[in-house]
Design a protein around this ligand. Sequence first.
Ligand SMILES: Nc1nc2c(c(=O)[nH]1)N[C@H]1C(S)=C(S)[C@@H](COP(=O)(O)O)O[C@H]1N2
Ligand SMILES: [Mo]
Length: 437
Amino acid sequence: MSDQKEERGLRELYDQDPERADYLAFGRKTETDRRGFLKGAGLTAMMLAVGGAIPFARNMPSGLIPSALADTPEDFTLFGKTGIIIRNDRPVNLETPAPLLDPDVTPIENFFVRNNGGVPEATADPEAWTLTIDGEVDNPLQLTLAQLQSDFETVTLRMQLECGGNGRAGFNPSPRGNQWAIGAVGNGEWTGCRLRDVLQQAGLKSSAVYTGHYGADPHLSGEPGRPSISRGVPIDKALEPHTLLVWGMNGEPLPLIHGGPLRVVAAGWPGSCSQKWLTRIWVRDQEHDGPGMTGLSYRMPRNPVPPGAEVPHEDMVVMGPMPVKSVITFPDTLTDVRADEAFEVRGHAWAGEHEVQAMHVSYDFGATWVEAELEPPTNRYDWQRWRARITLPAAGYYEIWARATDDTGVMQPAVVPGWNPRGYGNNSQHRIALNAA
Ligand SMILES: Nc1nc2c(c(=O)[nH]1)N[C@H]1C(S)=C(S)[C@@H](COP(=O)(O)O)O[C@H]1N2
Ligand SMILES: [Mo]
């Protein structure tokens, strides 16, 4: 089996497979009439995307990328997303621009998407979706979504979800993979039951040390039954009461693109631990070794290595919790502001398994720091709102740097942290540029 996944960009997709491109771009299966012209829901979605009626739509062939969208990729709509940056379409990988991360709960239409494989077909009967729990348990279980919903306590928690590769674009030399800037992160309001309660019903054996998660998404090679990714977490994280089996997001049924009808959310750990389209949890007697946990994937060098180094496999370890980090959500970079007038800078901060203890901003390239106001999380793993008021002393170019400190005193570095072969865990300070007039 080769690890090579064919990845291609949106333009290329429109060239090679225009019907599929329409499907991806406009969210639903597009209807076409006999002559291959776009109709129905697909056409409606296209009208929304271009911002108005298309009077000559009857002449517009399906699979034609509207030039309005072709020229402004960032305005392109995929899976009902708006304002999102397309990092890749095969698999679908969508990043949220920092200003759209401003709300306390990230709206679904702006929430980032990270897929390693395809998107399964939507299921007609979500309640019949079945999860298997097996491996190191006394009573292997098969539970439908309906049973999970009725037999276990339902909880709703606000928790951040961040891709392990968020910030990869900052590394040099640049590791392969999605060139995420800062927006492969979001804060969802997740509804589900505790994984702990379900594992307790299955009865963990004393040999249970790790989970292995499986999902229904097809591998890009098309090989049936081959998982796109299968990660897991140490059993303590699986038993942590905030680790959930999730069927609701922001008060709605979990959308297909976010793993609906059922996923894991294991906040504070690399997003890959939060399996989407969840079908099976295999309780293991050793560290899980599914695709995505072996080789270089989701592994970091045990000890620091020089940028670009080839690291032998035995010196790589599976990534644990995500590091302390923050994002500036307001103002947007390259905004014009007034010198000598106070204005608000704000954003969110989060810290893996920790709480954020302090937040600072600098407008003089890190020479001095202003302490920001920092709100507590509504629950553990919720990201924390911070706000600072600053006044720029004279007209000219400034950068705002933001730095979070966690409750163990660890801070975000000013420069990109330890290089690693796949570009994980870049938590360097977010910087924006401002012009003061
Ligand atoms: N089944 C499945 N689950 C998955 C993935 C995937 O490709 N397939 N991607 C993982 C990764 S790498 C991340 S960062 C998160 C992203 O979740 P989101 O797309 O809902 O934002 O899902 C994780 N769960
Ligand atoms: Mo990820």
